[in-house]
Design a protein around this ligand. Sequence first.
Ligand code: FAD
Length: 388
Amino acid sequence: MDYTPDPTHEDIRKAVEQLCRRFPDEYWMKHDDSHEFPWEFYNAVAEGGWLGLTVPEEYGGGGLGVTEAAVVERAISASGAGMGGCSAVHIGIFGFEPIIGHGSEEMKRKYLPRVVTGDLHTSFAVTEPDAGTDTTNISTFATKVDGGWRVSGKKVWITKAQEAEKMLLLCRTSPREEGAKRTAGMTLLFADVDRDHVQIREIPKMGRNAVDTNELFIDDLFVADDDVVGEVGHGFRTILGGLNAERVISANAALGIGEAALRRGVRYANEREVFGRPIGQNQGIAFQLAEARIKLDAAQAVLDKAAWMVDQGLPCGREANAAKYLCAEAGFFAADAALQVHGGFGFGKEFHVERYFREARLMRIAPISQEMVLNYTAEHVLGLPRNY
Ligand SMILES: Cc1cc2nc3c(=O)[nH]c(=O)nc-3n(C[C@H](O)[C@H](O)[C@H](O)COP(=O)(O)OP(=O)(O)OC[C@H]3O[C@@H](n4cnc5c(N)ncnc54)[C@H](O)[C@@H]3O)c2cc1C
């Protein structure tokens, strides 16, 4: 087993850390409060060449793998940018996997170079109010017409729809009851977010407010045949291939928030004096921070293995799901500990740990809930009966 740090990964991490130093915690606090999209940060990431990192070189991208994308998102998150920073750029860094893997050559040539420059803003529109985690139960329906499809339905929790020009839209093209399997009959479309046919309503939420999340009301939206990603009726399979990588990258964002929180917790525990000594001298404080360190390190070990397996093309549902679970728990534990260590000042905004806490909490819900990870593990790893 060779644990020597990879020099390329170290270079990537240092370069991203340097970029992020231009966007301190105060920047993220301001955008979290104002709900303004962090354009300066987004543009800096694009100019730095980090968008399109996983886009193949022939389309102008970096041609790198999930491990490198994960290093970038972890560094962004750990800078204090947290989920606000990661969500602003996530789709540009990794979200085009369905098009890279399943899109037509024409689609790739048309769109991927625009991902790399940062000019193309896209949402990923899967979740629906009446289906939730039960994705096969979606009801947004695309009806075949001459030259394309007409789509109507509702989506919820769709990130960055306010800025998006396009969306990867999962629809039913035949009813669930008609398919041999419940996953059959869904199709992935690369649809225009045409405001004449898509009403977008922002959802007020607990955190990660630098980036919007929305309800979409889709009414008779036309999508051309050329904008079908992969095969008609096989949309579930088209998105499935990228899910382990998605878990790994989001786990890195969760881990990064934990690192940011722990850094602040340790600093405060060394500086704050109560009863005539630094609070970090009390085991009640020191142990919380030490435990956070151990949990983050353990989660990272599983995470790095999962990222490596994704890039090797090895089956890794077990590892990717475990990594997502462990990183979300470790990130939240660290954020909670940092808040506790700051006492009343943790509850206030000045030290930023309350923002980390709110964002770390999200990672236990999205992009997949901890319960669904446990369901996966119970069924596919332990061989227990399926419950969903
Ligand atoms: C800030 C934010 C951004 C998001 N961005 C996007 C996006 O860009 N695109 C997108 O498509 N989606 C997005 N989502 C949606 C996210 O992926 C879902 O919220 C998440 O997958 C859970 O779905 P749900 O909220 O409908 O929960 P539900 O499915 O209603 O579940 C509610 C609770 O019940 C639990 N539960 C349900 N079934 C079972 C079961 N069988 N066993 C055990 N527990 C169960 C769940 O784990 C959860 O805790 C986002 C969500 C948030 C909060």
